[in-house]
Design a protein around this ligand. Structure first.
Ligand SMILES: *[C@@H]1O[C@H](CO)[C@@H](O)[C@H](O)[C@H]1NC(C)=O
Ligand SMILES: *[C@@H]1O[C@H](CO)[C@@H](O)[C@H](O)[C@H]1NC(C)=O
Ligand SMILES: *[C@@H]1O[C@H](CO)[C@@H](O)[C@H](O)[C@H]1NC(C)=O
Length: 425
């Protein structure tokens, strides 16, 4: 009897020992893991809501390692790619097959990546991990200050920007939006950025636009960004305001909506599932993008030789984490770098802007540059590759005209500063 009792006691002690050991082991090893992660580049993504106290959409629930972030975004990309029907897929994956196709892609010494990555994880990683493709704390704060100029949260934010050279064209856009778009919307706001209008134009526009009329904060950004024809302001504005709406729609001064709102509603619906919708243009990205920008993204131009370029005169973006972190933030990081969207080592930025029509041969890449469009095109193409048609607007012409320089129906105004102007410069 006693032996039996002793045996039970030993058995219980033995079990208790095992339990204690395993609990201690877990505690110790998880502490060790934490400190190892601490040494790695742990990225603390603070929830947006905590930072501003106002934003409704919060992106991150807790601290997350950048590797875990990449995995999570790659999973979302997989889901998006899986939804794309075969009819919208082209197999363009083989590029840079020989010296001829490589053309002028590489530097004399070496080539960067000549083949876009196939796995979702690598696609996301290459766009979000490098430091130069992340936005700085500075820029994050600036974007917050910009969005705080427009309080509230909307279904749709419509936004544009105007400089003196597009003053009259922008007035025609205002009329078009006020007649053909805004009457069909009930939960939206309209933002117009001043890129350097004269005082007369400012007082005129701010009076008629029924909008948030905001000066673009050139003074808080690198000097080169004041050169308007690099369009670096566009990614900054979109990144600033997307947080406060379900959708943000960028429109250039040249955009004219037809009267029927169905096309616009269809576009928003597509953006909801596809994340982003962009115009597209026939020339390949490789043709209309400086090779230096491909290098900034770690690639060679020939890797993009099969893909169409994007046309950013109209952009609709859905406010979701994937779109903001993987598409839009790297785009803004490129905008503020002197080596990407508006490369500072180029002598004549005007010349490379207008050179796109030159035909120097099929395998001469980067004959011109499309600035913001080139960068968003690279990001979208690396992510979607043969499926990149998915993020392009299909039937744009059925509900929108792109009318460059259009001033239809806009009366002359007597500008005491500049004289009467009706035509665009
Ligand atoms: C960050 O802010 C400082 C001080 O305002 C400024 O000198 C610096 O250029 C900014 N950096 C970036 C990357 O914007
Ligand atoms: C507008 O829509 C947002 C959601 O998209 C909602 O939070 C907000 O309350 C709406 N405002 C009005 C006035 O309906
Ligand atoms: C602009 O045009 C009006 C008549 O349309 C004229 O009276 C005015 O003097 C003009 N102003 C300038 C600066 O040319």
């Amino acid at each position: 009897m006693i032996r039996h009792w002793k045996l039970t006691l030993y058995l219980m002690l033995f079990i208790a020992g095992i339990l204690t050991y395993s609990i201690l082991y877990r505690l110790v090893s998880s502490a060790g893991r934490k400190s190892r992660e601490g040494n790695k580049d742990i990225v603390m993504y603070t929830p947006e809501r905590q930072r501003t106290g106002q934003d409704i959409v919060s992106d991150f629930n807790a601290a997350e390692t950048s590797q875990a972030f990449v995995e999570r975004m790659a999973h979302i990309l997989d889901e998006k790619l899986r939804l794309i029907p075969a009819s919208e897929t082209k197999d363009d994956s083989i590029t840079c097959i020989n010296e001829e196709v490589i053309g002028n892609s590489c530097s004399p010494k070496s080539c960067l990546q000549t083949q876009l990555p196939s796995s979702s994880r690598e696609r996301v990683e290459q766009i979000t991990r490098p430091n130069h493709l992340r936005i700085s704390r500075n820029l994050t704060h600036l974007l917050q200050r910009m969005r705080n100029n427009v309080p509230g949260y909307y279904d749709l934010i419509v936004v544009t920007a105007v400089s003196s050279s597009h003053f009259t064209e922008a007035r025609a856009l205002l009329r078009n939006l006020q007649t053909n778009v805004f009457p069909h919307l009930n939960n939206f706001t309209f933002i117009v950025y001043n890129l350097g209008l004269d005082p007369f134009e400012v007082s005129f526009l701010s009076e008629v636009c029924k909008c948030h009329f905001i000066d673009f904060p050139f003074e808080h950004l690198p000097d080169f960004m004041a050169y308007l024809k690099c369009y670096t302001w566009k990614p900054i504005i979109i990144n600033a305001h997307i947080q406060r709406a379900k959708f943000i729609m960028w429109v250039d001064a040249s955009i004219r909506f037809h009267g029927d709102p169905e096309g616009l509603f269809g576009l928003l619906e597509r953006a909801k599932y596809r994340g982003i919708q962009l115009g597209s243009a026939r020339p390949t990205i490789a043709h209309v993008t400086l090779t230096s920008m491909f290098h900034f993204f770690g690639d060679e131009a020939c890797a993009y030789s099969p893909y169409m370029s994007s046309l950013n005169s109209i952009i609709v973006a859905h406010n979701e984490e994937f779109v903001k972190k993987v598409l839009l933030e790297p785009w803004a990081a490129c905008a503020v770098s002197g080596d990407c969207m508006c490369p500072q080592n180029v002598k004549d930025l005007m010349e490379i802007r207008i050179n796109c029509h030159r035909d120097l041969g099929k395998y001469v890449y980067g004959v011109c540059h499309r600035f913001d469009q080139s960068a968003l095109g690279i990001i979208g193409t690396k992510l979607y590759q043969g499926k990149s048609g998915y993020i392009f607007i299909k039937d744009l012409n059925s509900f929108v005209d792109v009318k460059r320089g259009d001033t239809d129906g806009v009366e002359k105004v007597d500008n005491p500063i500049r004289g009467n102007r009706t035509r665009q410069v």
